[in-house]
Design a protein around this ligand. Sequence first.
Ligand code: MV4
Length: 445
Amino acid sequence: MLKRVLIANRGEIALRIIRACKELGIETVAVYSTADKESLHVAFADEAICIGPHTATDSYLNIKNIIAAAEVADVDGIHPGYGFLAENADFARICEDCGFKFIGPKSEHIELMGDKAKAKETMRKLGVPVVPGSDGVVSDPDEALKIAKEIGFPVIIKASAGGGGKGMRVAHNEMSFLNQFEMAKIESEKAFGCGDVYIEKFIESPRHIEIQVFGDSKGNALHFFERECSIQRRHQKLIEEAPSPFLTERMRYKMGEVSVNAVKSLGYENAGTIEYIVDKAGNFYFMEMNTRIQVEHPVTEMITGIDLVKLQLLVASGYELPLKQENIKINGHAIECRINAEDPETFMPSPGLINAYYAPGGFGVRVDSAAYQEYTVLPYYDSMIAKLIVHAPTRKDAISKMKVALDEFIIEGVKTSIPLHKKIMDHYKFIEGDVSTDFLEKYFK
Ligand code: MV4
């Protein structure tokens, strides 16, 4: 088992990792920016090392300083959490080269999944359904138009270096195509330093459903069913739940099966998430694979009863996955609301001092947060201040529990998304489980 782990992150996920380490008897080393001196991850870790000033590029993204901290603290593993360096293949490689176990997949898999066109082609070859489109990257505009016409409009042009919705353009007809194609290329060159794009049939108002997967170093692979993440705004998820109210047992089985087969064939190690878009007819198509533990992992933990961060530490320590697929079962329903320090109307960040804080509790209520009374939400980092997760026997019970918990949650001094979550919990479309990626645009404009 790993003996001493450096957590290259901050906020709630750093706490989440520290807790899992402590439960396994692993010593913990926190790193922090000067602005985070008063943070809980600094207080709760066995040791804490300052890695630079408040700017993320100078601290939580500063590979040199993080590696130096790992050397000084004499750790044997590094957990990147999510965001920051979690999907930076160079960082993963440097960790390994310096003799620190990167608690995540091999750098080659991070790199592969970072190239969206390559990832799609790889998954297609492994039997995962993909959206009809170009065979990889297209550079010639005339060639691109020909392909678009063959696919049939509307089509979507995606940046190969993109992901998470960056660098995408939709063309509804032949007329607008060339313009959108050029724009997508220019934008993606500007944003990622790579103008490679590929083309797909545009699926209208899809659902976003993702499969939690895991692999170990012995070639075993498992899936932990799906998360429904359709309620999002500008590619930022607001609410996640498991299981999806849309999937039939048959679809759930199929999505799990193709996902786990891909993980096995890839020889993928540690936690991953395979993202799909699902159309009205129930067809599912591979979108991206996230090579990290995700923000919304708690909903999967609640319905399966399995601690996914502990599993990451176990697998990174060289142990086999201590589970069999047939023993992983869905128990009840879980919902997560991301509580952000932002204006619930405009979604503008609302950093500042939290002068009153009371987190809800009770049976089946979980709060993953690094906030507390008198904590200052900093303007330099992500605005998420808490994840409120509920678990109950049915979806209906989970919604009731979430409403009670949201009512109990007191956060004063900063604006939060709590009022928006309350409205969504009361919306008939949400209650029916009839959600899609344009839910907020459609009903909350
Ligand atoms: C799509 C799509 C429709 N058709 N691809 C957005 C982020 C990236 N992961 C893929 N995305 C989409 N790809 C085709 N062929 C619609 C989206 C999309 C979306 C996907 C998942 C969650 C939210 C979304 C919001 C807008 C668009």
